[in-house]
Ligand binder design. Structure first.
Ligand code: LLP
Length: 434
């Protein structure tokens, strides 16, 4: 479910007309729905209620402080992958004791910071990293809580860039080798074994790979539980969401939200597939969802700058670019794009194919190709849907374009939660020393 729908012919986020947001804050601007984020959190929390669990939101999906604060207040912990993310969690009032520190390469400075602040655990991805953490903790007279990341070697059926649970990937420690690494860890003086972690990939749209991975790791878990009294098993994130909603019945019928599930296979399916095995393991379960919580809770508002015909094709050039939302360029991913003002007359509803592209100097700078859209005109406002996860978080200043604004809607209120960058900001930190 998400709270974006047409009311009186205008796309609304909760009770706010998105034309008002564009008028107030300009474009391109990300708009997030607080109600949607919290609804997704509650759905997952309720579905996992039969077992002891902690939802650690994957900060990388959307790290705006206000989003983190919403989730911290709802009770979430956080899955962080850098010192910067821990710093953000702090700024948002999150609890470091509910943070797991993941990532294949952590710097000394980051490890020291996380140790000092007392994170719940370090997710360790290699023996080299384990030694490094042991040394750093020893120098500080501390014991570092760790979980090893197991690579279960399962097929996640997702884009190759975001599949992480097979032997082909750089992530984790192979299942057949990991018991030996735990033995080494147990002999290290400054290491405390507290758990096991895995993450098989992102945007996974079926429950089976999760269940398969749990089944594969379960025997190891039982062994580790009896040997080291481990406290938790983190099953990672990766629940996929719906990016593509079928037009109601082909071209000409307008995209509408039907209040469906946020996830491609629903929280219920996910819980039904994994709860029986997890319950049997009798251990605290951590989940690390990013996209599921925030993906469908955000849109990128953009305005049409020009419509041009060229080489038999029609292009709508919008004021957002690949620097604002890189997913289509990087993963050829599909995002629904809808006009903020719903076309009314027959003439307005006339469908034609158009490439919706940004102003960046690369042909890869597109949001949609040959997309069936109503007649588009200069100044039309469009919403690029499902942009709440890995949207702003992956934005850049490429082409010296300023980072877009971010705003939050809560009921009938809306506010800026990050100012649009200025051209002065672009020079911030630059020097002319020689
Ligand atoms: N845990 C770990 C260890 C991860 O590496 C990730 C995501 C997550 C949790 C959260 O996954 P999620 O629930 O959001 O699927 N930029 C890409 C996605 C990269 C995901 C990286 N790791 C995209 O836009 O699709």
């Amino acid at each position: 479910m998400h709270l974006f729908e047409y009311r009186d012919g205008r796309l609304h986020c909760e009770d706010v007309d998105l034309t008002r947001v564009a008028k107030e804050f300009g474009t391109p601007t990300y708009v997030y729905s607080a109600g949607t984020v919290l609804d997704h959190y509650m759905r997952l929390d309720n579905a996992l209620a039969p077992i002891d669990h902690l939802i650690c939101y994957a900060v990388k999906a959307n790290s705006n402080r206000t989003i983190l604060k919403l989730l911290a207040e709802a009770g979430a912990g956080f899955d962080i992958v850098s010192g910067g993310e821990l710093f953000r969690v702090f700024a948002a009032g999150g609890d470091p004791a509910k943070c797991t520190f993941a990532g294949v390469g952590k710097s000394r400075e980051e490890i020291e910071y996380a140790l000092k602040e007392g994170v719940y655990c370090f997710n360790v991805e290699s023996e080299q990293e384990l030694e490094q953490i042991d040394n750093i903790a020893g120098a500080k007279n501390l014991r570092a809580p760790i979980a090893l990341r197991v690579n279960p070697d399962v097929e996640a059926h997702t884009h190759e860039y975001i599949a992480t649970g097979s032997h082909q990937n750089k992530f984790g420690i192979a299942l057949d080798h990991i018991a030996a690494v735990y033995e080494r860890a147990a002999r290290m003086r400054n290491i405390e074994i507290v758990g096991v972690q895995m993450h098989i990939g992102s945007q996974i749209t079926e429950a089976k790979p999760f269940a398969n991975a749990i089944d594969k790791v379960a025997p190891l878990l039982r062994e580790l539980k009896s040997k080291y009294a481990i406290k938790f098993f983190s099953i990672g994130g990766g629940m996929g969401i719906i990016y593509r909603r079928a037009l109601e019945s082909g071209p000409g019928k307008w995209w509408r939200d039907h209040g469906g599930e946020a996830s491609a296979f629903s929280v219920r399916d996910y819980a039904d597939a994994i709860l029986p095995q997890l319950r049997e393991l009798g251990i605290r379960i951590l989940v690390e969802p990013g996209r599921f919580l925030v993906g469908n809770a955000g849109v990128l508002l953009t305005r049409v700058l020009h419509v041009k015909q060229s080489g038999g094709k029609k292009f709508a050039i919008v004021d957002a670019g690949m620097n604002d939302l890189i997913r289509p360029a990087l993963y050829q991913s599909y995002h629904e794009i809808v006009p903020v003002k719903q076309p009314k007359t027959e003439r307005e509803r006339k469908i034609s194919k158009v490439d919706i592209v940004g102003p960046v100097c690369e042909s890869g700078d597109f949001f949609a190709r040959d997309r069936e859209m109503p007649e588009l005109h200069e100044d039309d406002l469009l919403a690029i849907m499902s942009g709440g996860a890995y949207g702003f978080a992956m934005a850049s200043n490429y082409n010296s374009r300023t980072l877009p604004a971010e705003s939050l809607v809560r009921g009938n209120k809306f506010a800026l939660i990050r100012k649009r960058q200025t051209w002065e900001d672009l020079l911030c930190g630059e020097m002319e020393p020689l």
